[in-house]
Write a protein that binds this ligand. Sequence first.
Ligand SMILES: [Zn+2]
Length: 453
Amino acid sequence: MALQAAALRDATPPRAVSAGAGRHGAAALGPLRGQRSGDSRKRGGTPVTDCDLLIVNAGLATMAGGQACGAILDGALVISDGRIAWVGARKDLPPALRAHEELDGRGGWLTPGLIDCHTHIVYAGNRAREFERRLAGASYEDIAREGGGIQATVRATRAASEEQLLRESEPRLKRLLDEGVTTVEIKSGYGLDIADELKLLRVARRLGAGNGVDVQTTLLAAHAVPPEYAGRAADYVSLVCEEIVPAAARERLADAVDAFCERIGFSPDQTRRVFSAAHAAGLRVKLHADQLSDSGGAALAAEFGALSADHLEHANDAGIAAMASAHTVAVLLPGAFYCLRETRLPPVAALRKNGVAMAIATDCNPGTSPVTSLLLMLNMACTLFRLTPEEALAGVTRHAAQALGLTDRGLLEAGARADLVLWDIDEPVELAYAVGANPLAGIVRGGRVVRWA
Ligand SMILES: [Zn+2]
């Protein structure tokens, strides 16, 4: 997985290649390289002569295995009907292709659209004052026990209308989109009753529809015990299992179910009840696991075939081995680690050794990770957790898709959704190297050109 940066540096940089002219001709193309047999429109390699969009004069960080980000220097990429139809070196591009539109990558690099696979972006208010308190010595757990933390956001969020939540949350989403995010997961978890949890999920869906971005929603009703259930956590878990999970599934508002398994959250047994209810409702699960202590969360997530186990700073070896067997993705959240000034690192070496896929996300939330920069998370994953730049980039593309159970994106390959980003960089490692830079130069979402500077 190590980034073979030298290989990229030593090769002729794509910037040296001039843009190709429009291509017109009558001859048919042969079968498209890497074409999926399941693509009915081109099943069996039926020759294709037309496409909607051709992008040339860019390096391609395909993330499709191999090494060096699956890089193709001086690449070409063909899009039809919202899907990538062909990926390869420009010299291999059949000259007869008729493209409705052709774009010049100007020697930059194309990557898959970025995927932020763990956010709590919909909430009201902010917790800047708690930031001050933590600086003065209070811990996250101190603040939670005093009714601050999640509970403070729950009060503000319950009091907010859908419109207000939309208004307050949209700027956070737009900051992610400005950095090339094309798919984002949004969790509920600040409503903690049936009406307000569903309200959050509806706002998340509306944010996606209104901003042309694919939003995956996750029900996190088991985020904290609401004040009206203080001392009656088991009763609240019953409400979650018997009413909130079934309602979210029935109204098709949730794509997955999550829980906060922690000393200040829910016990492993309570988490099991929530996960059983999720499975009964036909929903996959994810877990906030082993962030502050070893609760056996990694193994519990694996036991339920979770899409991902997230945080994992205190995960044990048996849990990591179980995650590997269950193909559960480890979602690492360096923003929360940084903001909480944690010192216990997630077990990256053990995750690598066991072949557990690692994703990276912002964990955008008002208390422990008020982060709206996925590019900054790439740098922090490398600087704080010692991921390689290639691992970090896979963590916001291929592995982030896997953490959401999405098999149609995260790679530049034929058949994938045409979500891609053009970067004004000389090599992919720059995306993880620079702090505070945003070299975004173009966005294509679902085959539609959203931006091309
Ligand atoms: Zn979280």
